[in-house]
Design a protein around this ligand. Structure first.
Ligand SMILES: Nc1ncnc2c1ncn2[C@@H]1O[C@H](COP(=O)(O)OP(=O)(O)OP(=O)(O)O)[C@@H](O)[C@H]1O
Ligand SMILES: Nc1ncnc2c1ncn2[C@@H]1O[C@H](COP(=O)(O)OP(=O)(O)OP(=O)(O)O)[C@@H](O)[C@H]1O
Ligand SMILES: [Mg+2]
Ligand SMILES: [Mg+2]
Lengths: 152, 164, 164, 152
């Protein structure tokens, strides 16, 4: 129904701006309904501007800025309609150290409502984890779990 | 409900029966390239009912059955089991449910809920009722996070409608 | 011929005139997210004649002109200059040539070879003659390395025909 | 012409297998012409199998394995028809430490015929470089080169 969608949209849009500001330490972001059509059919536009930068096409954002913007939007959807778990496969690959820090702190804020499984090569991400699973292929072609470390 | 435990057997590179215990909070999965980390994410999508081989990087669904290595022969079946648990606090007993999916080389498929054979539909209803959530944004695949940014405005809407 | 020196002025995030000296071997470009590293790769593709805004992450070519920041106004022109050098060894003098490209807000474009106005065609011929090589595999864009694997078999052929 | 293409194809195919074995420390890879049509029109198929693993669809390869396979093919094209320079923008992002090492050693083998500009967040890659350029945005939105270090 129209009201239901608009109400969800408003809340997600708010969450998107808040997550964006948390992840970027500033700037602003919003979602816009392309009003040329019925609210039940029209597309959704993403506007995002990192701190200190002028607003322009999101395609011009850097690789790391795009990853952070996408994560901010996904977390806004998550906050509105939580899923008890979320598997994030190497989303931290394009991020610099400072951004990995902000990213993992945001994950921390979203627990315990959500359980995160973070597949990563990044040391900072590993340090932020409560539990570490190590996977190897001692025997080629055959996966094996070799370690499980519980931090407090 | 939270993820409690998973067993993978014969799914992609998991030749041996492998168990994972989940804890609340943040779980990091690490290891060298090609060791099987993303395959774990695929196993979760698959046991929750994913019907698209492409989202599992496969051409045919049978590609997810352990295909052999230089020293092992292919297996005839892939099986993933995932247990969810809800602690209700206080004296109330914890609730749990267990989802299993199997695929055989001949193409036959089986789904089980708490050990009893059922249809995919029953699994989907259970997941909906327990609010375990859609897989649309529960599993963010490797290299796919900015798809939401490059998607056409109307395609993006699908995620919002699902959340709404 | 090798890359000798580049100047970027008003191209994307390079508001100030910025010079780069190149050396043989491996040059690493590092810095935080969004600081302008990939924009340097874009500047190289652009000065060598790239006509496609999309391969520069832009909608229109004018998007590559410095668009302002919270404390700076937009500029009216983008300019990139790239100098190539060939040491011929022994007493023979080194050869060099310099390519310049400018784009103005009004849409006007200029190309220069060794400081003299020329057409894009002259630049392309110079690059061919000096074997500076096609941009098809000289600049591997961020996140795009596995396009060659996901490309359809016939599309992939383009790279081979270019090399052949 | 047909012969010219086939001769280039043979040499590139050989180079691909060699680069793949160098990058993976083993395994094998080949290129195949989809012979259902004229050699001047048919598509090119990629076959790749990391060490110890059975041959299957390249789509099933991991993120890091795909990056390495793509790099092996690009380097094979490079060896056949060299370009004096190559800009590699974060191709090392999905690679683990051991693979970054093999990757940078391969870059080293291809110099001095080719000048590499490696945009990276990875420490191992930085250590392999002869020259390091640091880019920052002290002033938001404005790029600045802040350091240039020459190693020997
Ligand atoms: N059906 C199958 N049988 C055996 N092995 C398989 C099967 N399907 C996939 N694999 C293997 O699994 C490996 C990929 O595993 P996965 O994608 O989980 O790696 P990863 O740990 O995520 O690595 P990366 O860090 O590079 O992303 C590939 O080498 C592939 O050959
Ligand atoms: N025309 C322009 N005017 C001003 N700034 C621009 C312009 N075009 C792009 N930018 C800015 O350049 C930045 C992106 O730069 P770039 O892609 O080079 O970053 P990067 O250093 O590669 O980062 P990452 O490590 O995340 O890939 C964006 O923040 C964008 O706003
Ligand atoms: Mg992976
Ligand atoms: Mg970049």
């Amino acid at each position: 129904s129209r009201e239901k969608f608009l109400e969800a949209f408003e809340r997600i849009q708010e969450g998107f701006n808040r997550s964006f500001i948390t992840l970027f330490g500033g700037g602003r972001a919003e979602l816009r309904l392309l009003e040329d059509e019925d609210v039940l059919e029209c597309g959704i536009e993403i506007i995002a501007s990192p701190p200190g930068k002028r607003l322009q096409n999101i395609s011009l954002l850097s690789g790391g800025e795009k990853a952070m913007t996408a994560v901010a939007l996904l977390f806004a959807l998550f906050r509105y309609r939580p899923s008890p778990f979320c598997v994030l496969d190497e989303v931290d690959a394009p991020l610099d150290e400072a951004n990995v820090g902000r990213f993992t702190r945001m994950l921390r804020e979203l627990t315990p409502e959500t359980q995160f499984i973070l597949i990563t090569h990044n040391r900072r991400s590993m340090e932020a984890a409560d539990l570490l699973y190590g996977i190897t292929m001692e025997e080629p072609g055959v996966s094996k779990v070799v370690s499980m470390r519980l931090d407090n | 409900f939270t993820l409690d435990r998973m067993e993978i057997h014969g799914f992609k590179s998991f030749f041996s029966r492998t168990a994972f215990e989940f804890r609340p909070g943040i779980i990091a999965v690490v290891g060298p390239n090609g060791c099987g980390k993303s395959n774990i994410g695929d196993a979760i999508s698959w046991v929750l009912g994913d019907q698209s081989p492409r989202s599992l990087r496969a051409d045919r669904m049978s590609d997810v059955i352990f295909n052999g290595s230089e020293s092992r022969r292919p297996l005839g079946m892939a099986e993933v089991t995932l247990k969810f648990m809800r602690t209700n606090g206080g004296p109330a007993p914890a609730e749990e449910f267990v989802v299993t999916r199997r695929l055989y080389r001949d193409g036959n498929s089986e789904y089980c809920l708490n050990g009893a054979r059922c249809r995919l539909k029953d699994i989907q209803e259970m997941l909906l009722r327990s609010q375990v959530g859609s897989r649309l944004y529960s599993v963010i695949e490797q290299g796919k996070v900015d798809l939401i940014l490059t998607a056409r405005p109307k395609d993006r809407r699908g995620l919002f409608e699902e959340a709404a």
